[in-house]
Design a protein around this ligand. Structure first.
Ligand code: NAP
Ligand code: MG
Length: 494
């Protein structure tokens, strides 16, 4: 027992947190099969080969999904072009804004269905879909609705901004509805039309969003969804009728897309991977920093591009901090994503589960001490990893350098602010970072020296539609959110 443990009375929590199951029971209508949403209608698609979307908490298929072919993409792009030329591109901003407000309100009205469906398809806890994903998706539409008739104020004075045309958007599986909202709301507010490809493992909330677009009477062709995997995404970004590509996903695929569109004149924004540093100084409010660290890495099972996956803790308090952290993590509830008491849901797919466990193994082989890991008490079916902490790691270790995209925290220490900054910035990524201290001058000094698109002080993973989000270096370029999120969808003044 170390000194910190001796000081505190050791409570026996066994049994104290055995809560009865509290499943969310809102019924959601799920079709047996989904094709695509093109020109305002649900269509079957031209390919006979369907794939399953799976509930990661059970491993069971939920529905069949069509694989979008180059022909499907072509139909969708043509519908988007026609809608742009004939309706949306010409509509006064004030009118466009009304549709966005309507979509936002309808998302709120159907929020419980959306939350349940997202938890089933993605594996994330209902507490998160209900309180974070869905409200934030509505908030993005509300926020950009307000900009639709004020675009002249978003660019340098004297210029009249113009939409770009048809946008090809490709999103990942970690925040399926929210990423769709981040992509659609600014594109629509600025007068562009869209073809969007949802991720292969999480297409269902986009299909419910398509119903919402119909209910909002959005003119046909303004938004089209083509389902499918990487090949469908490649056909979309490569289509000659696409004027702008907006991609969120891994750095590897981002690089491929940038190579494929080089020289075509297509505009692009890339929201890519990350390896966020979370710097905790000895003078921080340690219990709050423990909560912040947990929120930083275990929120959404660590399937978060800006996750604080590297904890940098000042040496003098490192032992005590890690002990407090483990004690808190031990009581997180892992299990049924539809249970309102669940903190940690399922890993999104069998493939991602394999990746996360492979990284934990590599960590162990390179000398890390692995706490929890892939074995242990988890539900019998589905894909699960207990929140994992790796100590005794070095800057050069694979688990410190590469994005794992799972509930795995690597713990490093530092002695001075300069060392903390040097270690935090020693990465090819630059998406997000966090810093904890009770001393404001230290917060400002360190925050300014961290190379990341977003830096949180005494908090982590805090989002607001009015605040820009995006990366530096291999984490990508362009911003989503805020006035900055309008610029990648506008031309006419640069
Ligand atoms: P991914 O493998 O890069 O896939 C992202 C999307 O691209 C999916 O819809 C995917 O289809 C599609 N795709 C795959 N190959 C393609 C190609 N050659 N051309 C066009 N599209 C292609 O990433 P992921 O595993 O879904 O998501 C995790 C990654 O996203 C992480 O690296 C994470 O950091 C990053 N991310 C970044 C942000 C940010 O804002 N910076 C936010 C969230 C996630 P499939 O569904 O079939 O794979
Ligand atoms: Mg799924």
């Amino acid at each position: 027992m170390n000194k910190a443990q001796e000081k505190r009375p050791q409570l026996d929590l066994a049994g104290a947190l055995d809560l009865a199951p509290a499943p969310e029971r809102v019924p959601v209508a799920i079709k047996k099969r989904y094709g695509h949403f093109i020109d305002g209608a649900f269509v079957d698609g031209t390919d006979a080969e369907d794939f399953d979307t799976v509930n990661p908490a059970t491993g069971q298929a939920i529905a069949k999904i069509a694989t979008g072919t180059a022909d499907d993409v072509d139909r969708a792009v043509k519908a988007a072009r026609k809608a742009y030329d004939e309706v949306w591109g010409k509509m006064p901003g004030k009118e466009r804004g009304k549709y966005l407000y309507r979509i936002a309100r309808r998302i709120q009205e159907r929020s419980r269905e959306l939350a349940v469906l997202e938890s089933m398809d993605n594996g994330k806890p209902i507490r998160e879909t209900r309180d974070i994903d869905v409200p934030n998706a509505a908030a993005h539409f509300f926020y950009y609705a307000g900009w639709a008739d004020k675009l002249a104020y978003a660019v340098p004075g004297g210029y009249s901004p113009k939409p770009l045309g048809v946008c090809g958007q490709v999103i990942p599986w970690n925040f399926p509805l929210l990423m769709a909202a981040w992509k659609l709301a600014p594109a629509l507010a600025t007068g562009n039309t869209v073809v969007l490809k949802p991720a292969e493992t999480t297409p269902l909330s986009a299909m419910l969003l398509a119903e919402i677009l119909q209910e909002a009477d959005l003119p046909p062709g303004v938004v089209n969804f083509v389902n499918g995997a990487g090949k469908t995404g490649a056909a979309l970004v490569g289509h000659s009728g696409v004027d702008k590509v907006a991609f969120t996903g891994s750095t590897d695929v981002g690089r491929k897309i940038m190579r494929s569109i080089a020289g075509t004149g297509k505009k692009a924004t890339m929201e890519l991977g990350g390896k966020g540093a979370h710097v905790v100084f000895a003078d921080a409010a340690l219990d709050q920093a423990v909560e912040g660290t947990i929120n930083g890495i275990f929120f959404n099972q660590g399937h978060v591009c800006c996750a604080g996956s590297r904890l940098l803790i000042e040496e003098g308090v490192a032992e005590e901090f890690v002990e407090r952290l483990k004690r808190r993590v031990e009581v997180l509830r892992i299990g049924d994503p539809l249970d309102k008491n669940t903190d940690i849901g399922a890993i999104n797919s069998a493939e991602q589960h394999k990746t996360v466990c492979k990284y934990i193994d590599i960590g162990g082989q390179e000398g890390a001490e692995v706490w929890q890991g892939c074995a242990g008490d988890v539900p019998a079916k589905g894909f699960w990893v207990r929140p994992t902490i790796l100590t005794n790691v070095q800057q050069s270790d694979t688990v410190v350098r590469e994005e794992i995209f799972g509930p795995v925290l690597s713990v490093l220490t530092f002695r001075t602010p300069d060392e903390a900054v040097a270690k935090a910035n020693d990465t090819e990524y630059g998406l997000a970072a966090g810093v904890w201290s009770e001393k404001t001058s230290k917060l400002f000094d360190v925050a300014h020296r961290l190379n990341a698109g977003v830096v949180w002080a005494n908090g982590y993973n805090l989002f607001d539609p009015a605040s820009p989000f995006g990366g530096l270096r291999h984490s990508g370029f362009g911003r989503e959110g805020g006035i900055h999120g309008l610029w990648p969808y506008l031309g006419g003044w640069q």
